[in-house]
Design a protein around this ligand. Structure first.
Ligand SMILES: [Zn+2]
Length: 525
């Protein structure tokens, strides 16, 4: 391309004069000018810029999202003279912006624009470019903006009840772009959902805006929790749900949270049984929570007092000295042998009833009860039925399943219910009533365990206004009280509708009889 003779610009021009000059230049180069008096001038092709150089410093210091002092570059032609009317482009990394991404050089050959920094703290850069000449690079050191919120740098992981979280949450102070702001802060952790409390060191101060909660623990019922972190005048942040698991296995009885008559839970395995560790998994606590809540709703807020430790169901562990096969060989007396061995081991105390999840078999029943112990035979295979293996409810918010219904049924037996002298007592199935939708039914028809069970049809045998004085009732039991804490961990996610649950319920052997129980052992040991 040949040289273009550009008239020397005058020092002072009005905007109109500039537009006219630009149009004239464009006409010189491309023979047309579309910019009219009503619109902006069309930016012409760049005259022969030979070099670009910065005017002033090429470094800036500023706050993310703010505009830094104007960027200026000078364009010169092949003679080294200031080159006006040359188009200069500005580009930037990050999310930075230019007020004018394109500028035209003035009479001094200078083009300028304002640079608004992007959101990322650290070094940002911008370039001024024209054609193929080396560009001018500006850099800015962007610092974080004012603190507005807390952020979770490290999500916590769950733990056993009362123990430090297995992954300590790390919380920091952030600006509106999410940059960490190194300011002094005091952050407090609290529970955002579910029962229980945070324990350990729940308030942490940091001079640098980053707080590590390395001595934080949770106490309360087993289940999922959300932890929220708060600091004055900053938006709080909540963790993802963490699972609060049962305490580690304990062969000794832990301290009781509450005094008085109560129900103690054991996970029991035969000497050669597969130890699934159900006492250290949420499984049993979830299943217990389901029937505990169901019972509380049926009894107007009353329920059975459970043995808890640190707010969580305290599940003990016991291994029988007998093999599974030898226990099965006892026929109707599996429960009796479990109770005998637990008593011999010194586990049975006065003013306690016991709920045993026995991970062994029975050829006679899926469970049994005495006046002291209620036991579920999780691997039972009675004739004509199969006890549902591994089907304890997997959420504290679930509906009543087979095992929940059956365990509650047998726990109620430990209260001496149904009395052999109640009006509808079934002689053929001792200590039961004859209605298949009754919690305490056993008989020739299928039992109907589940949420729709009735506690004493007609209210005249063991619960209700028609019960004859002198008969044992659930409400009169020393193990039942009002105002007890529930194990249900609260609805982190609302339970599915009953309809959605029905498919699972169909998987429960509703047609199964709850077989007759072995005879009560003679007396409390
Ligand atoms: Zn029964």
């Amino acid at each position: 391309m040949g040289k273009i003779n550009i008239p020397a610009p005058s020092r002072v021009r009005s905007r109109r004069q500039v537009e006219t000059a630009v149009c004239a230049l464009a006409t010189l180069i491309v023979g047309s000018c579309k910019g009219g008096s009503d619109g902006p001038p069309e930016v012409p092709s760049t005259p022969a810029v030979v070099a670009l150089s910065p005017v002033g410093a090429v470094t800036r210091v500023g706050t993310v999202g703010d505009t830094v002092p104007v960027l200026v570059v000078r364009a010169v032609d092949s003679e080294g003279r200031a080159l006006p009317n040359a188009r200069i482009s500005f580009v930037t990394d990050e999310q930075g912006q230019f007020v004018s991404p394109t500028a035209v050089t003035d009479a001094n050959g200078e083009a300028r624009t304002n640079w608004r920094l992007g959101g990322g703290a650290g070094t940002q850069s911008a370039r001024a470019m024209s054609g193929n000449v080396p560009s001018v690079v500006f850099t800015a050191t962007a610092t974080a903006g004012p603190p507005v919120s807390l952020g979770l740098r490290t999500q916590p992981a769950g733990s056993r009840v009362g123990e430090r979280l297995s992954v300590a949450p790390v919380v920091d102070v952030r600006d509106r772009f999410g940059n960490v702001v190194p300011v002094p802060v005091t952050i407090t952790a609290l529970l955002a959902s579910g029962p229980g409390v945070v324990a350990g060191t729940s308030t942490v101060s940091s001079p640098t805006g980053v707080a590590t909660f390395d001595a934080l623990s949770l106490v309360g019922p087993v289940g999922e929790r959300v932890i929220r972190f708060e600091a004055p005048s900053l938006q709080s942040v909540a963790s993802a749900p963490v699972l609060l698991r049962p305490a580690a296995r304990s062969l000794a009885n832990r301290a009781d949270d509450v005094s008085g008559p109560q129900l103690k839970v054991y996970y029991v395995v035969p000497s050669d049984g597969v130890d699934r560790g159900l006492d250290t998994l949420p499984t049993i606590a979830y299943s217990m929570a389901v029937w505990q809540r169901w019972l509380s709703e049926k009894l107007g807020g009353r329920t059975i007092r459970l043995d808890t430790f640190n707010g969580a169901l305290d599940v003990g562990f016991f291994q029988l000295s007998s093999t599974d096969a030898s226990m099965v060989g006892r026929g109707a007396f599996v429960l009796n042998e479990i109770q005998r061995q637990m008593n011999a081991a010194g586990l049975l105390q006065s003013n306690r009833i016991y709920a045993v999840y026995y991970d062994g078999g029975s050829s006679f029943a899926c469970g049994g009860a005495s006046s002291v112990v209620a036991a579920m035979y999780l691997r039972g295979t009675p004739p004509g039925a199969t006890c549902p293996p591994n089907a304890l409810r997997d959420s504290p918010n679930a509906t009543m399943g087979y095992w929940e219904s059956a365990m509650l049924h047998d726990v109620v037996h430990t209260m001496g219910i149904v009395s052999g002298t109640s009006p509808n007592h079934t002689a053929a199935y001792p200590f039961h009533v004859p209605e298949p939708d009754d919690l305490m039914y056993t008989g020739p028809s299928p039992w109907r365990p589940g949420n729709s069970m009735v506690i004493d049809v007609n209210g005249d045998d063991y619960h209700g206004s028609n019960v004859r004085p002198g008969l044992p009732t659930i409400l009169a039991s020393q193990y039942v009280a009002a105002g007890l804490p529930l194990l249900a961990a609260g609805a982190l996610t609302a339970p599915s509708s009953i309809g959605a649950r029905s498919a699972r319920d169909e998987g429960i052997p509703n047609v199964m009889l709850l077989p007759p129980h072995p005879p009560y052992p003679a007396a409390r040991p």
